[in-house]
Design a protein around this ligand. Structure first.
Ligand code: GLN
Length: 449
C-alpha cells in the first residue's frame, strides 16, 4: 500500500502496512521453502485485501466510521477475518464508509469523505465507498463490504468495479457490526467477476456462530466464474422499474446492453414485479426499526465512547450525552424513524405493513424465477453524483437504492458488473438470481463483463 496513491481518494481510515508486509513475507518464505506447507498454501495466499471498517479485526481499530467507536479495538476477529487470516491474505487496512453503513455516498463518515477515483469531485457511492474506491484506484486488488440495501453493489456501479451481495446466510455475519440484521450481508468487491468469486469462496460457508448461516457448503464459485454460454439464458427485465428518476443516459446504456445480450443468444423476457416499487418504502421502515434496536448497545456503558455531562449526571444523562455526541445526523434520523415505527400505537400501521410488503416482494421474485434464470436491472438509476449534491435532502439519496433493495428484502443474491460509460462515468448492470444460486450469478457476470 502506497500511502501517497491513496492521498486524493482517501479510501482508507486505517492502513495496516506493517502487519500486511509481515504476512506477505511469511507467505514468500513458505513458497521459497517449498514442500508440503507450500503445496498447502491457499491459491490466494499473499494477495492483499482491504476490509470495510464495520468488520471487526484484532490488532486494528474498528470504528464503523463513527465517533462513537473512535479508537475501539475489537477483542476478537469476525468470521470472515478468521477465514482471510487462515488463507494468509494480508489485510491492508480498514476502509471508509457511511457511519454504521447508513448512506449511499460515504459522505456520512465521521472521518471525512472518500472521493471517486474516476472524478475527484464525485462520490464513490456508499455505504462501502472506501472498499470500492480502494479497488478502483488500485490501492487493493480485493476488498470486503457489507450490503444492507445496496452498499456493495452501488459503489461498484459508481466506480466501474464488481460488487456482490451473496445470498442471505451464505457468508457469516459474526463479527460484522450490525445495521439491520435481517438484511445485512457481507460480500466481495473486486476488479473482475473471477476475483470476486475467488474472494467469496474464501469467506463463505457455514458458521455455527451466526444463527442465520446457511447449513450447506458452498458451490464451486471459482469454477462458475469461468463463464457460460449466454445462448438460451432466460434474462428477465423488470418492467415495473421504469422509475421517473432513471437517468436518460443510464436508460440508453441499459437498453443497449439488453440488446447485446439478445444478440449473444439470451432470451429476453419482460417480467412484472408489481411490488418492487413499494420495496423502497418498506425498506425505509424495516431497516430503521432494526437499526434502532441494534444501535441501543451504544450507550457508553456496554459500548461506545462515554461522554459525561459537565458536573456529572444520572445514568440517563450520561447515555443521552454519549449518544448526542457519538452519533451523526443520519444515524440519529434513522434511530428516531425506527423507534417511531416500532412504537405501540404505530407498530401495525408501519412495521406490520412493511413486513407484508416484504412478503409480496419475495412472492414477486418467486413468480419471476419461474419464468427466467436471472433478473436484470441497472444497479443504480444514476451515475456517480457530485459531492454535496444529495446531502441536503435525505430522500433524494434514498431513491438511489430503488433497484438494489428488493434483493435484500428477499434475501436473494445480486451482482453489479461494469456496464460501460455514461457521460464518461461508469454505470453498473445488476443481475439477481434465486437464493443459493450465487454460482449462477458468477457464471452470467463473467460472461457479460
Ligand atoms: N444506501 C442504503 C442505505 O442508506 C444502503 C445501505 C447499506 O447497504 N448498508 O440504507
Amino acid at each position: 500500500q502506497d500511502a501517497d496513491a491513496d492521498a486524493g481518494v482517501r479510501a482508507y481510515l486505517h492502513v495496516n502496512t506493517e502487519e500486511a508486509l509481515a504476512v506477505a513475507a511469511e507467505v514468500d518464505a513458505i513458497r521459497a521453502a517449498g514442500g508440503a506447507e507450500a503445496e498447502a498454501l491457499h491459491p490466494l495466499a499473499g494477495v492483499p485485501v482491504a476490509l470495510k471498517d464495520n468488520i471487526v479485526t484484532v490488532g486494528q481499530p474498528t470504528t464503523a466510521a463513527s465517533r462513537m467507536l473512535d479508537g475501539w479495538m475489537s477483542p476478537y476477529d469476525a468470521h470472515v477475518v478468521e477465514r482471510i487470516r487462515a488463507a494468509r491474505l494480508p489485510i491492508l487496512g480498514k476502509t471508509n464508509m457511511d457511519e454504521f453503513a447508513m448512506g449511499g455516498s460515504t459522505e456520512h463518515s465521521a472521518f471525512g469523505v472518500t472521493r471517486n477515483p474516476w472524478d475527484g469531485q464525485r462520490v464513490p457511492g456508499g455505504s462501502g465507498g472506501g472498499s470500492a474506491a480502494a479497488v478502483a484506484a488500485f490501492c487493493a486488488p480485493f476488498a470486503l463490504g457489507s450490503d444492507t440495501g445496496g452498499s456493495i453493489r452501488e459503489p461498484a456501479a459508481f466506480t466501474g468495479t464488481v460488487g456482490v451481495k451473496p445470498t442471505y446466510g451464505a457468508v457469516s455475519r459474526y463479527g460484522v457490526i450490525a445495521m439491520a440484521s435481517s438484511l445485512d450481508q457481507v460480500g466481495p468487491a473486486a476488479r473482475t467477476v473471477a476475483d470476486a468469486a475467488a474472494l467469496q469462496q474464501v469467506i463463505g460457508g457455514h458458521d455455527a456462530r451466526d444463527s442465520t448461516s446457511l447449513p450447506e457448503g458452498q458451490a464451486d464459485l471459482v469454477a462458475a466464474a469461468a463463464g457460460r454460454d449466454l445462448a438460451g439464458l432466460r434474462v428477465g427485465v423488470v418492467t415495473d422499474l421504469d422509475a421517473e428518476g432513471l437517468h436518460p443516459g443510464v436508460k440508453e446504456a441499459f437498453d443497449r446492453d439488453v440488446r447485446a445480450l439478445a444478440d449473444a443468444g439470451a432470451e429476453i423476457v419482460e417480467v412484472s414485479c408489481p411490488h418492487f416499487s413499494a420495496a423502497l418504502g418498506a425498506y425505509y421502515l424495516i431497516m430503521p426499526s432494526e437499526v434502532s434496536s441494534n444501535l441501543a448497545r451504544y450507550d457508553g456503558v456496554r459500548y461506545g465512547n462515554r461522554v459525561v455531562p459537565d458536573g456529572g449526571g444520572t445514568i440517563e444523562q450520561v447515555m443521552g450525552a454519549t449518544r448526542a455526541a457519538g452519533f451523526g445526523d443520519e444515524v440519529k434520523r434513522r434511530i428516531i424513524l425506527g423507534t417511531y415505527a416500532l412504537s405501540a400505537g404505530y407498530y401495525d400501521a408501519y412495521y406490520g405493513s412493511a413486513q407484508k410488503v416484504r412478503t409480496l416482494v419475495q412472492q414477486d421474485f418467486a413468480a419471476a424465477f419461474e419464468q427466467v434464470d436471472v433478473l436484470l436491472t441497472p444497479t443504480a438509476p444514476i451515475p456517480a453524483f457530485r459531492l454535496g449534491e444529495q446531502t441536503k435532502d435525505p430522500v433524494t439519496m434514498y431513491l438511489n437504492d430503488l433497484f438494489t433493495i428488493p434483493a435484500n428484502l428477499a434475501g436473494v443474491p445480486g451482482i453489479s458488473v461494469p456496464g460501460g460509460l455514461v457521460d464518461g462515468l461508469p454505470y453498473g448492470l445488476q443481475f439477481m438470481a434465486p437464493a443459493r444460486e450465487d454460482a449462477r450469478l458468477y457464471a452470467v457476470g463473467a460472461a457479460v463483463e
